[in-house]
Design a protein around this ligand. Structure first.
Ligand code: SF4
Length: 443
């Protein structure tokens, strides 16, 4: 039987979709198309209005397709969690709605679809389950979820409501997965969680926090020899909440070469007043101090961030504070967006909502500044020699390969398909847009 899986949203959703694909392949399902799939799965996101609108559009599209031919339609992910009843009401053609806490029931759903029968899922007890493997066959890069959910309740964010409280994954399960990924030829892993810094495992034998977990992972992977073509050489992690990034963690990142010199550290706003209204639990002074410590401990570190403008109550002065922090930190890139109220969050009903036009104008200013900073940082890197991991052929030419540095910079250079998945030393010689052009360096 054939399946079609569409995924929207964050890396966690992508990792969960990869696990769904593994499950489907184990059951002998093969990829299909809009025209011939026996099963269509839509893994949804509700964090931003645009992702949500797109998912509603796709649900409507496939519901209409179901009038032309027979197939099963399943909606997964955060929208399924938040709008369970609404999806069923608005789109009765959807056969199953599986929220984030019901994804373990997918196996039962597949049993029914394969047998041509159906059942009522409402009896399933909600519990979050880490899927055992997330590796796409043949891929050299993989995600490893280590925790799930969030306890922070930023006032604009829907995540704690749709993904629940923090649950950390058993260390042995993480190590087993890393072994399996290394054996499968994976070269780079990203440890995933809504807030990896608050990873915490406790049982009768073990108490482990995030720095402790990173220490054990570095010991496990770092003792194995990495060559250009074998072994997990790089580890990244996503996402870090600034308030939980401890000195112990900085010390480990500084001392263990397996961790990439890039951290995505979401600031959201540079104004203390706005940060307090967002319930971010840190100040601009704390953030700038943290950046100073990180840069001093980890030479060559690159930082990226998320910036949210137009939050209720944000003034021109608050925006100036954000621009000021951007100038001081010099993020290599930022995910920039303007506030869009999410139903069910406190910010939805806050007073002093910023007019749409003002939000757009402020976002444009933030984007323009980031462009300037990114360009200037890239110019400083011309001539540098660095290591890259080759990811794919370049989209523009089959005679060029595309790689990425540990600092998360995109690089193209002459090469061939057989080099995908290899580490290589290169010299950055020029830039085009946000990608470097490079030459190979033999050493
Ligand atoms: S830390 Fe804040 S923004 Fe991030 S997932 Fe948790 S509530 Fe959402």
């Amino acid at each position: 039987m054939k399946y079609l899986l569409e995924t929207y949203g964050c890396q966690m959703n992508k990792a969960e979709s990869a696990a769904v694909e593994v499950l489907l392949r184990e059951r002998s399902w093969i990829p299909g198309t809009v025209e011939d799939a026996d099963l269509v799965l839509i893994n949804t996101c509700t964090v931003r209005a645009t992702a949500e609108n797109r998912a509603w559009g796709r649900i409507a599209f496939f519901a209409a397709e179901k009038k032309k031919r027979k197939f099963s339609l399943v909606v997964l992910g955060c929208m399924a969690e938040q709008y369970h009843q609404e999806i069923k009401k608005k789109a009765p053609a959807v056969d199953y709605v599986l929220g984030t806490f019901q994804k373990q029931a997918l196996g039962l759903v597949l049993d029914q679809i394969e047998k041509g029968t159906s059942f009522d899922l409402s009896e399933e007890s909600p519990v979050y389950v880490f899927a055992p493997t997330h590796h796409e066959p043949g891929a050299f890069r993989s995600f490893v979820p280590i925790m799930h959910g969030c306890n922070n309740f930023c006032t604009y964010c829907i995540v704690p409501y749709v993904r629940g409280r923090e649950v950390s994954r058993k260390p042995e399960a993480i190590f087993t997965e890393l072994d399996a990924l290394a054996a499968a030829g994976v070269r780079e892993v990203t440890l995933l969680g809504q807030n990896v810094n608050s990873y915490k495992w406790q049982d009768a034998e073990t108490t482990l926090d995030f720095p402790g977990l990173l220490r054990l992972i570095a010991q496990k992977l770092g003792t194995k020899e990495k060559t250009a073509t074998t072994g997990i050489g790089w580890v990244r992690f996503l996402t870090s909440h600034p308030k939980d990034l401890s000195d112990q963690l900085i010390a480990i990142l500084a001392s263990e070469a397996i961790y990439c010199r890039h951290i995505h550290l979401c600031i959201q706003s540079g104004s203390n007043r706005v940060l307090a209204r967002m319930n971010r639990k840190y100040t601009r002074e704390y953030f700038l101090g943290l950046v100073e410590k990180l840069k001093a401990a980890i030479p060559g570190l690159s930082l990226s961030t998320d910036i949210l403008v137009g939050f209720p109550g944000e003034t021109e002065e608050d925006l100036e504070d954000t621009l000021d922090v951007m100038r001081k930190v010099k993020f290599s890139y930022s995910f920039m967006y303007h506030f869009n109220p999410r139903k069910g969050t406190p910010a939805m009903t806050m007073d002093e909502q910023v007019p749409e036009k003002t939000k757009k104008a402020r976002l444009a200013r933030v984007i323009a500044l980031q462009k300037e900073i990114s360009e200037s940082l890239m110019n400083e890197r011309i001539g540098a020699v660095d290591e890259i991991l080759i990811e794919s052929l370049s989209k523009r030419s089959k005679k060029e390969i595309l790689g990425r540095t540990a600092r998360d910079e995109m690089v193209v250079l002459p090469g061939e398909v057989s080099q995908i998945g290899q580490f290589m030393r290169v010299r950055l010689v020029s830039k085009s847009g946000n990608t470097f052009k490079a030459d190979r360096v033999n050493d």
